[in-house]
Design a protein around this ligand. Structure first.
Ligand code: 13P
Ligand code: ZN
Length: 294
Protein backbone atom coordinates (compact mmCIF):
# COMPACT_ATOMS: atom_id res chain seq x y z
CA UNK A 1 0.00 0.00 0.00
CA UNK A 2 2.23 2.80 -1.29
CA UNK A 3 -0.32 5.57 -1.77
CA UNK A 4 0.32 8.58 0.50
CA UNK A 5 -0.37 12.32 0.47
CA UNK A 6 2.16 14.89 -0.65
CA UNK A 7 2.04 16.45 2.82
CA UNK A 8 3.16 13.13 4.35
CA UNK A 9 6.01 12.87 1.85
CA UNK A 10 7.30 16.39 2.30
CA UNK A 11 7.13 16.42 6.09
CA UNK A 12 10.45 14.54 6.38
CA UNK A 13 12.61 16.49 3.95
CA UNK A 14 14.32 18.91 6.42
CA UNK A 15 16.49 20.82 3.93
CA UNK A 16 18.84 18.06 2.88
CA UNK A 17 16.74 16.27 0.29
CA UNK A 18 13.59 16.77 -1.78
CA UNK A 19 10.91 14.63 -3.41
CA UNK A 20 10.65 14.65 -7.21
CA UNK A 21 7.23 15.35 -8.73
CA UNK A 22 7.37 13.89 -12.22
CA UNK A 23 4.82 14.99 -14.84
CA UNK A 24 3.45 11.91 -16.58
CA UNK A 25 1.85 11.82 -20.02
CA UNK A 26 0.97 8.17 -20.42
CA UNK A 27 1.35 4.66 -18.99
CA UNK A 28 5.01 4.39 -20.04
CA UNK A 29 5.83 7.45 -17.93
CA UNK A 30 3.85 6.13 -14.96
CA UNK A 31 5.68 2.79 -15.03
CA UNK A 32 9.04 4.51 -15.61
CA UNK A 33 8.61 6.81 -12.60
CA UNK A 34 7.51 3.97 -10.30
CA UNK A 35 10.29 1.68 -11.55
CA UNK A 36 12.90 4.39 -10.97
CA UNK A 37 11.58 5.04 -7.46
CA UNK A 38 11.53 1.33 -6.62
CA UNK A 39 15.01 0.74 -7.97
CA UNK A 40 16.42 3.55 -5.81
CA UNK A 41 13.92 3.05 -2.96
CA UNK A 42 12.86 6.68 -3.25
CA UNK A 43 9.40 8.17 -2.71
CA UNK A 44 7.95 9.77 -5.85
CA UNK A 45 5.05 12.01 -6.84
CA UNK A 46 3.11 11.07 -9.98
CA UNK A 47 2.11 14.50 -11.26
CA UNK A 48 -0.81 14.91 -13.68
CA UNK A 49 -1.41 18.17 -15.54
CA UNK A 50 -4.90 19.49 -16.30
CA UNK A 51 -4.22 18.68 -19.95
CA UNK A 52 -3.31 15.06 -19.21
CA UNK A 53 -6.29 14.66 -16.84
CA UNK A 54 -8.57 15.81 -19.67
CA UNK A 55 -6.74 13.78 -22.35
CA UNK A 56 -6.89 10.45 -20.48
CA UNK A 57 -10.01 11.25 -18.43
CA UNK A 58 -10.02 11.87 -14.67
CA UNK A 59 -11.50 8.50 -13.69
CA UNK A 60 -9.07 6.49 -15.79
CA UNK A 61 -5.90 8.42 -14.96
CA UNK A 62 -6.83 8.38 -11.25
CA UNK A 63 -7.50 4.62 -11.34
CA UNK A 64 -4.19 3.88 -13.09
CA UNK A 65 -2.02 6.20 -10.98
CA UNK A 66 -3.62 5.21 -7.67
CA UNK A 67 -3.34 1.50 -8.46
CA UNK A 68 0.28 2.00 -9.50
CA UNK A 69 0.87 3.77 -6.19
CA UNK A 70 -0.97 1.16 -4.15
CA UNK A 71 1.00 -1.79 -5.50
CA UNK A 72 4.37 0.00 -5.39
CA UNK A 73 7.03 -0.86 -2.82
CA UNK A 74 7.70 2.84 -2.24
CA UNK A 75 5.53 5.74 -1.06
CA UNK A 76 3.74 7.39 -4.00
CA UNK A 77 1.56 10.52 -4.05
CA UNK A 78 -0.81 11.20 -6.96
CA UNK A 79 -0.96 14.94 -7.58
CA UNK A 80 -2.94 17.22 -9.91
CA UNK A 81 -0.67 19.98 -11.28
CA UNK A 82 -1.63 23.63 -12.04
CA UNK A 83 -5.38 23.13 -11.79
CA UNK A 84 -7.36 26.29 -12.49
CA UNK A 85 -10.85 25.19 -11.47
CA UNK A 86 -12.15 24.06 -8.10
CA UNK A 87 -14.51 21.60 -9.78
CA UNK A 88 -11.72 19.68 -11.57
CA UNK A 89 -9.64 19.58 -8.38
CA UNK A 90 -12.62 18.19 -6.44
CA UNK A 91 -13.39 15.67 -9.16
CA UNK A 92 -9.78 14.42 -9.02
CA UNK A 93 -9.86 14.07 -5.23
CA UNK A 94 -13.18 12.23 -5.47
CA UNK A 95 -11.51 9.71 -7.75
CA UNK A 96 -8.54 9.16 -5.46
CA UNK A 97 -5.88 11.83 -6.11
CA UNK A 98 -4.08 12.30 -2.77
CA UNK A 99 -2.99 15.82 -3.61
CA UNK A 100 -3.96 18.76 -5.85
CA UNK A 101 -2.44 22.07 -6.85
CA UNK A 102 -4.96 24.88 -7.25
CA UNK A 103 -3.29 27.61 -9.27
CA UNK A 104 -4.91 30.97 -8.67
CA UNK A 105 -1.65 32.82 -9.34
CA UNK A 106 -3.13 34.79 -12.26
CA UNK A 107 -5.86 36.21 -9.98
CA UNK A 108 -5.73 39.22 -7.68
CA UNK A 109 -4.55 38.23 -4.15
CA UNK A 110 -8.01 38.11 -2.53
CA UNK A 111 -9.47 36.02 -5.36
CA UNK A 112 -6.51 33.62 -5.26
CA UNK A 113 -7.10 33.27 -1.50
CA UNK A 114 -10.84 32.61 -1.97
CA UNK A 115 -10.35 29.95 -4.69
CA UNK A 116 -7.51 28.22 -2.85
CA UNK A 117 -9.36 28.24 0.48
CA UNK A 118 -12.42 26.69 -1.13
CA UNK A 119 -10.31 23.77 -2.43
CA UNK A 120 -8.53 23.37 0.93
CA UNK A 121 -11.88 23.05 2.74
CA UNK A 122 -12.99 20.23 0.42
CA UNK A 123 -9.56 18.57 0.50
CA UNK A 124 -9.84 18.20 4.28
CA UNK A 125 -12.91 15.98 3.72
CA UNK A 126 -10.91 13.72 1.40
CA UNK A 127 -7.74 13.80 3.51
CA UNK A 128 -5.88 15.18 0.47
CA UNK A 129 -3.11 17.81 0.42
CA UNK A 130 -3.30 21.15 -1.39
CA UNK A 131 -0.55 23.17 -3.05
CA UNK A 132 -1.15 26.85 -3.87
CA UNK A 133 0.85 29.34 -5.92
CA UNK A 134 1.58 32.97 -5.15
CA UNK A 135 3.63 35.12 -7.50
CA UNK A 136 3.75 33.72 -11.06
CA UNK A 137 6.20 31.19 -12.48
CA UNK A 138 6.76 32.19 -16.12
CA UNK A 139 7.26 30.08 -19.25
CA UNK A 140 5.21 27.33 -20.88
CA UNK A 141 3.87 24.14 -19.29
CA UNK A 142 1.35 22.15 -21.33
CA UNK A 143 -1.49 24.59 -22.14
CA UNK A 144 -0.29 27.06 -19.50
CA UNK A 145 1.58 30.02 -21.01
CA UNK A 146 2.75 32.78 -18.66
CA UNK A 147 4.56 35.83 -20.00
CA UNK A 148 3.90 38.09 -17.03
CA UNK A 149 6.03 36.24 -14.45
CA UNK A 150 6.38 37.90 -11.04
CA UNK A 151 8.43 36.94 -8.01
CA UNK A 152 6.73 36.07 -4.70
CA UNK A 153 6.73 38.71 -1.98
CA UNK A 154 7.61 36.97 1.34
CA UNK A 155 5.14 38.94 3.51
CA UNK A 156 2.31 38.17 1.09
CA UNK A 157 3.32 34.50 1.06
CA UNK A 158 2.99 34.31 4.84
CA UNK A 159 -0.48 35.91 4.71
CA UNK A 160 -1.52 33.66 1.82
CA UNK A 161 -0.60 30.48 3.70
CA UNK A 162 -2.31 31.67 6.87
CA UNK A 163 -5.52 32.68 5.09
CA UNK A 164 -5.80 29.59 2.88
CA UNK A 165 -4.48 26.77 5.10
CA UNK A 166 -2.56 25.20 2.20
CA UNK A 167 -0.14 22.32 2.85
CA UNK A 168 2.48 23.28 0.23
CA UNK A 169 3.38 26.66 -1.30
CA UNK A 170 4.79 27.15 -4.81
CA UNK A 171 6.71 30.43 -4.74
CA UNK A 172 8.11 32.15 -7.82
CA UNK A 173 11.85 32.67 -7.34
CA UNK A 174 13.15 32.95 -10.90
CA UNK A 175 12.62 29.51 -12.43
CA UNK A 176 10.59 29.10 -15.64
CA UNK A 177 8.50 26.31 -17.11
CA UNK A 178 9.84 24.71 -20.29
CA UNK A 179 13.28 25.04 -21.87
CA UNK A 180 15.59 27.78 -20.51
CA UNK A 181 16.81 30.07 -23.26
CA UNK A 182 19.27 31.78 -20.91
CA UNK A 183 20.82 30.77 -17.59
CA UNK A 184 18.10 31.33 -14.96
CA UNK A 185 18.86 33.62 -12.05
CA UNK A 186 17.41 32.08 -8.91
CA UNK A 187 16.71 34.41 -6.00
CA UNK A 188 17.94 32.27 -3.08
CA UNK A 189 17.74 35.16 -0.63
CA UNK A 190 14.05 35.57 -1.40
CA UNK A 191 13.56 31.80 -1.13
CA UNK A 192 15.27 31.73 2.27
CA UNK A 193 13.09 34.59 3.57
CA UNK A 194 9.92 32.92 2.28
CA UNK A 195 10.88 29.62 3.93
CA UNK A 196 11.49 31.41 7.25
CA UNK A 197 8.11 33.16 7.17
CA UNK A 198 6.00 30.30 5.86
CA UNK A 199 5.27 27.21 8.01
CA UNK A 200 4.70 24.79 5.10
CA UNK A 201 7.06 22.99 2.66
CA UNK A 202 7.88 24.77 -0.61
CA UNK A 203 7.57 23.44 -4.18
CA UNK A 204 9.95 24.37 -6.99
CA UNK A 205 8.35 24.66 -10.43
CA UNK A 206 10.32 24.67 -13.68
CA UNK A 207 12.88 22.09 -12.52
CA UNK A 208 13.94 20.87 -15.99
CA UNK A 209 17.33 22.18 -17.07
CA UNK A 210 18.55 23.30 -13.63
CA UNK A 211 22.03 22.27 -12.47
CA UNK A 212 22.99 20.04 -9.55
CA UNK A 213 24.29 23.12 -7.72
CA UNK A 214 20.99 24.98 -8.24
CA UNK A 215 18.97 22.02 -6.95
CA UNK A 216 21.22 21.71 -3.89
CA UNK A 217 20.92 25.44 -3.11
CA UNK A 218 17.14 25.33 -3.55
CA UNK A 219 16.87 22.36 -1.17
CA UNK A 220 19.16 24.06 1.36
CA UNK A 221 16.93 27.13 1.24
CA UNK A 222 13.69 25.28 1.89
CA UNK A 223 12.50 23.52 -1.30
CA UNK A 224 11.02 20.09 -0.52
CA UNK A 225 9.19 19.22 -3.78
CA UNK A 226 10.79 19.61 -7.22
CA UNK A 227 8.68 19.50 -10.39
CA UNK A 228 10.12 17.94 -13.54
CA UNK A 229 8.07 18.02 -16.74
CA UNK A 230 9.93 19.14 -19.85
CA UNK A 231 12.94 16.81 -19.36
CA UNK A 232 10.58 13.81 -19.32
CA UNK A 233 8.77 14.89 -22.49
CA UNK A 234 12.08 15.46 -24.27
CA UNK A 235 13.56 12.07 -23.39
CA UNK A 236 10.32 10.32 -24.35
CA UNK A 237 10.22 11.94 -27.80
CA UNK A 238 13.97 11.40 -28.36
CA UNK A 239 13.73 7.71 -27.39
CA UNK A 240 10.73 7.23 -29.71
CA UNK A 241 12.49 8.95 -32.61
CA UNK A 242 15.70 6.98 -32.06
CA UNK A 243 13.85 3.66 -31.87
CA UNK A 244 11.78 4.27 -35.00
CA UNK A 245 14.78 5.45 -37.01
CA UNK A 246 16.74 2.36 -36.00
CA UNK A 247 13.87 -0.11 -36.37
CA UNK A 248 11.97 1.10 -39.45
CA UNK A 249 10.47 -2.32 -40.16
CA UNK A 250 9.36 -3.42 -36.68
CA UNK A 251 5.59 -3.67 -36.30
CA UNK A 252 5.42 -4.57 -32.59
CA UNK A 253 4.53 -1.67 -30.25
CA UNK A 254 5.70 -3.22 -26.96
CA UNK A 255 9.48 -3.08 -27.63
CA UNK A 256 9.04 0.63 -28.42
CA UNK A 257 7.11 1.08 -25.18
CA UNK A 258 9.86 -0.73 -23.24
CA UNK A 259 12.54 1.47 -24.83
CA UNK A 260 10.64 4.60 -23.78
CA UNK A 261 10.16 3.30 -20.24
CA UNK A 262 13.86 2.56 -19.81
CA UNK A 263 14.89 5.98 -21.17
CA UNK A 264 12.40 7.90 -18.99
CA UNK A 265 13.33 5.80 -15.98
CA UNK A 266 17.03 6.66 -16.42
CA UNK A 267 16.17 10.39 -16.45
CA UNK A 268 13.99 10.03 -13.35
CA UNK A 269 16.76 8.10 -11.53
CA UNK A 270 19.23 10.86 -12.40
CA UNK A 271 16.89 13.44 -10.80
CA UNK A 272 16.25 11.26 -7.74
CA UNK A 273 20.02 11.07 -7.15
CA UNK A 274 20.36 14.85 -7.55
CA UNK A 275 17.48 15.44 -5.12
CA UNK A 276 19.02 13.04 -2.55
CA UNK A 277 15.82 11.03 -2.06
CA UNK A 278 17.25 7.54 -2.73
CA UNK A 279 16.80 5.08 0.15
CA UNK A 280 14.32 7.44 1.86
CA UNK A 281 11.36 5.04 1.35
CA UNK A 282 12.31 3.33 4.59
CA UNK A 283 11.24 6.45 6.54
CA UNK A 284 7.66 5.38 5.88
CA UNK A 285 8.39 1.78 6.87
CA UNK A 286 8.87 0.53 3.31
CA UNK A 287 11.12 -2.49 3.16
CA UNK A 288 13.20 -2.96 -0.01
CA UNK A 289 13.40 -6.72 0.59
CA UNK A 290 9.60 -6.91 0.17
CA UNK A 291 9.66 -5.07 -3.14
CA UNK A 292 7.78 -6.63 -6.04
CA UNK A 293 10.00 -9.04 -7.92
CA UNK A 294 12.67 -9.29 -5.19
P1 13P B 1 9.37 21.95 -16.28
O1 13P B 1 8.52 21.43 -17.39
O2 13P B 1 10.09 23.19 -16.64
O3 13P B 1 10.27 20.90 -15.71
O4 13P B 1 8.38 22.38 -15.07
C1 13P B 1 7.60 21.40 -14.46
C2 13P B 1 6.56 22.01 -13.60
O5 13P B 1 6.79 22.98 -12.90
C3 13P B 1 5.24 21.39 -13.58
O6 13P B 1 4.33 22.11 -12.83
ZN1 ZN C 1 4.68 24.19 -12.64
Amino acid sequence: MGLVTTKELLSSCSRDWAVGAFNINNLDDIQAVINAGEELQSPVILQVSEGVAKHIGVELVAAICCTAGNIASIPVAVHLDHCHSASLAIQCMRHGFTSVMIDGSSLPFEENVALTKQVVEVARLFGASVEGELGRVGGTEDDLVVDDASLTVPEEAARFVELTGIDVLAPSIGTLHGTYKAKPHLDFERLQTISERVPVPLALHGGSGLTEEQFKECIRHGIAKINIGTDIKKVQIAATRHYLENNPNKAEPRPLSKTIQVAVSETVKEKIRLFGSMDKAMIWGFDASKARGS
